[in-house]
Write a protein of this length. Structure first.
Length: 312
């Protein structure tokens, strides 16, 4: 079962995912902070160094769930759960940590925590391939249906994440109420269906939702409405180019929140890097901290999986 350490969430300087009681995710409103973006500071208009896996220090809470079914007329053997646990060290080498195995004769459902470098497509390939090999090696071969179900999960549901992003401006400590009203232009709430409907592929159905947070370097505050609008619009262009769909976006003076349906071939790390580098080009400088927060969520939370296992 999952332990507290499995759910550790470290969030870049001064922002937190929804559900954190301290909730410092909105700008602190510290009037001592500079009010210009880094790109406006003398001597800082240099070509920004690209963000990469090697120079980033991400915070993440990523959980992937895989469900597979044996082909018609066949059943899973009773030792499926035990075999899954036995090959957990092999999955760990792939960046997958097995948390909860649950198998019946009709299907097997496996919950993992994963690293940001793991895409849904790679994840499904590794889970299915290693389990199928272990069953064959144990003398109980099972052929799985080509159709699988993948779902990203978290401690929060899509409604919680959407409400959290929608409320960013209201939680901001702005000295001028007119500026607070202006900031509402840079929060965009899309169609909830964009996050509820699965992505269909030849290999199955994928529910791949990510909550991504970028924080401005040194907590500079970007207050130029034109620049904020450019970042908002660029986020949608970057998403479209990479095959993502943004369901909610809030561009704040010193950080950005977005909830998106990810491209199943792109890992959370690849997704975050696309936004870090693309938005840095718009800003004209290395505007973000060398890190990001990435969390998974879905229509239901991790407690649903825990209840299924407990009641079985």
């Amino acid at each position: 079962m999952e332990s507290a350490s499995d759910r550790t969430i470290f969030v870049p300087s001064g922002t937190s995912p929804p559900g954190n009681a301290s909730d410092p995710g909105s700008p602190p409103g510290d009037k001592s902070h500079p009010v210009s973006p880094p790109g406006d500071a003398p001597g800082r208009l240099v070509r920004p160094e690209r963000y990469t896996d090697h120079n980033n220090h991400p915070a993440f809470a990523l959980h992937y769930d895989w469900t597979g079914w044996p082909t018609g007329g066949s059943e899973l053997p009773p030792q499926t759960n035990a075999l899954a646990c036995a090959i957990a060290p092999l999955w760990k080498q792939d960046g997958l940590r097995l948390l909860t195995p649950h198998a019946t004769a009709e299907k097997v459902q496996l919950l993992f925590s994963v690293t940001p470098q793991v895409s849904p497509v790679f994840f499904c390939m590794r889970v299915k391939g290693r389990l199928q090999h272990a069953l064959r090696k144990a003398g109980v071969p099972v052929e799985f249906s080509r159709k699988v179900a993948f779902r990203s999960l978290g401690e929060n549901t899509d409604n919680v994440v959407g409400h959290y992003i929608r409320g960013q401006v209201g939680k901001g400590d702005f000295a001028d109420p007119r500026f607070q009203e202006l900031m509402r232009r840079f929060t965009v709430m899309g169609d909830d269906a964009a996050l509820a409907e699965p992505s269909e592929s030849n290999s199955g159905r994928y529910w791949y939702n990510l909550h991504l947070v970028l924080v401005v370097a040194d907590r500079f505050r970007i207050t130029n409405p034109e620049r904020l609008g450019q970042l908002r619009d660029a986020a949608f262009r970057i998403a479209a180019e990479a095959g993502h769909r943004i369901g909610a976006l809030s561009v704040m003076p010193d950080h950005v929140h977005m909830a998106l349906r990810g491209n199943i071939e792109r890992s959370p790390a690849e997704t975050a890097l696309a936004f870090q580098n693309g938005l840095a080009r718009v800003a004209g400088c290395r505007v973000w901290q060398a890190g990001y927060y990435a969390g998974t969520f879905s229509e239901y939370d991790l407690d649903v999986i825990r209840r299924i296992v407990k009641e079985s």
